[in-house]
Design a protein around this ligand. Structure first.
Ligand code: CP
Ligand code: NVA
Length: 336
């Protein structure tokens, strides 16, 4: 396995299955780990968030604090990025000042450009196409539950064309898991990415498949996964069609009853009640009190869902540590 030292973390297809599992194991080892020796002391990381965040931003900030890394947070209104300065020029500036960059935003090409031109490790904190740090946390919960990733079947309900569907599909293919998307045909991931995953599965023993019948898909699941139906940055006009198309794929008690899944995961945030501004607006317009997952199912599986959120910090800490410590990082040598 290649060292992670000085490498960017941009998308899961850049990693081997072994490398993904290494980071999953490292996340599990990070539980309770607060390194007071600050192994990355003196480091500086720019956190660029062009989209909002609770979990990912807090995870990067807390992980950096625990590892001795100073952070500078840039939101869309407090930098020149994209408006007055190109991503390429910004990368060349930040590369002279920082040891690493964390980026959340729109197209994947932006995070790739930052990495190419900054000369320092760049961590993808979510793009439209990919959310790789999330998958490391998700798989840590899967491995903790099943003791392995191999042959575990994860069924994703909802819009599988976006960051979560894509990244889960690639992650499953690489680690020998079975990925099933339960969605209408037009919500299936990009054909080219499916072909790449099918090729990967030939060597890992994993599989990718698609079901338009939600209950048949549920019957196959060891893990049920869902995400919001409308992602950050999408226009409000898409709600009506999304609701009509995806309501049959809501994770509700019929899905749970049709399934033997041990865990239900959700990357969060979630619209499972009326306690959010968006949830309330959707209710006023479309009369639905809960969207991608019902409140009953959400609360029934809240222990896994919030453990998954906890693993965001642990996995991001491991990813930063692996990239910013100078030597090959052996997870089994972590002093806890
Ligand atoms: N799951 C996730 O990325 O959450 P945030 O948007 O709060 O960072
Ligand atoms: N698909 C969601 C994921 C949030 C973590 C979004 O991009 O908004």
């Amino acid at each position: 396995m290649r060292s992670f030292s000085n490498r960017s973390f941009l998308k899961l297809s850049d990693l081997t299955g072994e490398e993904i599992e290494f980071l999953v194991d490292l996340s599990m080892k990070m539980d309770g780990y607060r390194n007071h020796n600050a192994p990355c002391a003196g480091g500086n990381m720019a956190l660029i968030f062009e989209k909002t965040s609770t979990r990912t931003r807090c995870s990067f900030e807390v992980a950096c604090a625990d590892l001795g890394i100073n952070t500078v947070y840039l939101d869309p209104s407090s930098s020149q990025l994209g408006k007055k300065e190109s991503v390429k020029d910004t990368a060349r500036v930040l590369g002279t000042m920082f040891d690493a960059i964390c980026y959340r935003g729109y197209g994947q090409e932006r995070v790739e450009t930052l990495s190419r031109y900054s000369g320092i490790p760049v961590f993808n904190a979510l793009t439209n196409e990919s959310h790789p740090t999330q998958i490391i946390a998700d798989f840590a919960v899967v491995k903790k539950t099943f003791g392995t990733l191999k042959n575990v079947t994860l069924v994703y309900f909802g819009d599988a064309r976006y960051n979560m569907g894509n990244s889960l599909m690639v992650g499953c293919a690489k680690t020998g898991m079975n990925f099933i998307a339960a969605c209408p045909e037009e919500y299936m991931p990009d054909k080219e990415l499916i072909n790449i995953c099918n090729e990967i599965c030939k060597t890992t023993g994993g599989s990718v498949s698609f079901f338009t019948d939600p209950l048949k898909a549920a019957a196959k699941a060891d893990v049920i996964y869902t995400d919001v139906w409308v992602s950050m940055g999408e226009p409000d006009e898409v709600w009506e069609k999304r609701i009509n198309d995806l309501l049959p794929y809501q994770v509700n008690m019929s899905v749970i009853k049709a399934s033997k899944a041990k865990i239900v995961l959700h990357c969060l945030p979630s619209f499972h009640n009326l306690e959010t501004e968006i949830g309330l607006n959707v209710y006023k317009k479309f009369g639905l009190k809960e969207l991608e997952i019902t409140d009953e199912v959400f609360e029934m599986f809240s222990e896994n869902i919030f453990e998954e959120a906890k693993f965001r910090l642990l996995s991001i800490k491991g990813i930063i540590l692996a990239a910013l410590t100078n030597e090959y990082y052996d997870p089994f040598a972590v002093r806890l």
